[in-house]
Design a binder for this molecule. Structure first.
Ligand SMILES: NC(=O)c1ccc[n+]([C@@H]2O[C@H](COP(=O)([O-])OP(=O)(O)OC[C@H]3O[C@@H](n4cnc5c(N)ncnc54)[C@H](O)[C@@H]3O)[C@@H](O)[C@H]2O)c1
Ligand SMILES: [Zn+2]
Length: 365
């Protein structure tokens, strides 16, 4: 088991990473034993892995369970209501415990439900997707979507522990595995050359990715995110660097109505675009761009971008909250393991990045 501690003063907590950790839940959660517990999960995750968790939780005491419908569109107010209702029905008190057991959707929603119930009850994350293990379960951001905007309603609420049992990933569809892998690659590109190289050396398309390599990648990616979050818990400055690849990535997700790309795939494209802008500006050498683009391609195929309307993507980038004085703010790679924030990117540069992204499509098939 690899353990990473997140040092946030009174809100500090450990992240445990390993295979088969569900069986060790009684030990890992011993400091929280005896609390009334509600597990929040979804039907799919519960049907695949619920038995293991249920068995372990029985050792800790009484618990109730609420299963939410699967999918991003259910990360909203209606589901939140249902989860709060379940807390009331289960008699969850201020000294209760919420256990979020699922991917990022379950984690964000259950965390927000915990943050808002009785002005905040404690919670623990048991992430089951790679994306949740390397990204969404770290950092304490919780929230739900508003019909008009993603993640509009939320709160910072740090969990008491994150237990990443990589054995859950055995049932994850490879496309979802890759989705998390693009985020891990992003972390490497931001601040961990070794992680970047490890992702480049992983088997192409991640078929047959070994357990040890997965655990190490999860630990390294968490390490990068933790290092940044510890310095800037509330996203006042430094934490923005985690948005590398996300300005273009979010735009791709928006113009396709969140249907074409997984989040990580859109971020993968966004990394290629950001690297191209950096290369054009002369802050990233030609070889640096080639390294980034080939590392992204190595992780597997991504849905196409060449048929998407450029002006709509540019508009979506412009609507992004990172826009300042008509110029666009981008996190750009300056080396493998180092980034800089540039607040003066213009639309022409983004248009050129889109052209380059489209031109690389052929290599993917
Ligand atoms: N809070 C943060 O800092 C943060 C950061 C990044 C992303 N997010 C959020 O995370 C969400 C995306 O998370 P996600 O990619 O995990 O999506 P998800 O939670 O929708 O999971 C993807 C799919 O995999 C299924 N699944 C989960 N675990 C499985 C397993 N072990 N085996 C088989 N199938 C499994 C889910 O049921 C779902 O169908 C978004 O809502 C995003 O906004 C939050
Ligand atoms: Zn992301």
């Amino acid at each position: 088991m690899i353990e990473i501690s997140v040092d946030l003063g009174p809100d500090s907590y450990p992240i445990a990473i390993g295979h088969g950790l569900a069986a060790s839940l009684p030990r890992l959660l011993a400091p929280l034993a005896g609390r009334r517990t509600v597990v929040v999960s979804n039907r799919l995750v519960w049907s695949l892995h619920g038995r293991r968790v249920e068995k372990a939780l029985r050792h800790l005491g009484d618990f109730a369970r609420v299963l939410i419908p699967d999918g991003e569109r259910h990360k909203g107010r209606r589901t939140l209501d249902k989860v709060h209702d379940a807390f009331v029905k289960a008699g969850l008190g201020r000294d209760g415990l919420v256990l979020a057991f699922g991917g990022g959707v379950v984690g964000d929603l259950a965390g927000f439900a915990a943050a808002t119930y009785m002005r905040g009850v404690i919670w623990v994350q048991l992430p089951t997707t790679l994306l949740a293990m390397v990204d969404s379960s770290v950092g304490g951001k919780t929230g739900i979507n508003h019909p008009r905007a993603k993640n509009l309603i939320g709160a910072f609420h740090q969990p008491k522990a994150v237990i990443a049992d990589c054995a859950f990933l055995d049932t994850l569809p490879v496309r979802q595995l890759r989705s998390g892998a693009y985020e891990a690659l992003k972390c490497g590109l931001i601040a961990d050359r070794g992680l970047f190289q490890a992702m480049r050396k992983a088997p192409a398309g991640l078929k047959g990715w070994s357990r040890v390599e997965i655990e190490n990648a999860v630990a390294s990616a968490c390490g990068v995110k933790v290092g940044i979050v510890e310095k800037d818990e509330r996203e006042d400055g430094l934490r923005r660097v985690l948005n590398l690849g996300h300005t273009l990535g979010h735009a791709l997700e928006t113009v396709t109505g969140y249907r074409r790309f997984t989040h990580g795939e859109a971020v993968g494209w966004g990394l290629v675009g950001a690297a191209w802008i950096a290369r054009r500006r002369g802050i990233l050498p030609d070889e640096g761009f080639d390294l980034v683009a080939s590392a992204v391609d190595h992780l597997g195929p991504r849905p196409r971008v060449s048929d998407l309307p450029g002006p709509s993507i540019l508009d979506a980038v412009g609507r992004d909250k990172k826009v300042r004085n008509g110029r666009l703010s981008f996190v750009l790679p300056v080396d493998i393991g180092r980034v800089a924030v540039h607040d003066d990117v213009d639309r022409g540069e983004v248009r050129d990045a889109l052209r380059v992204m489209a031109s690389r499509e052929a290599r993917l098939s």
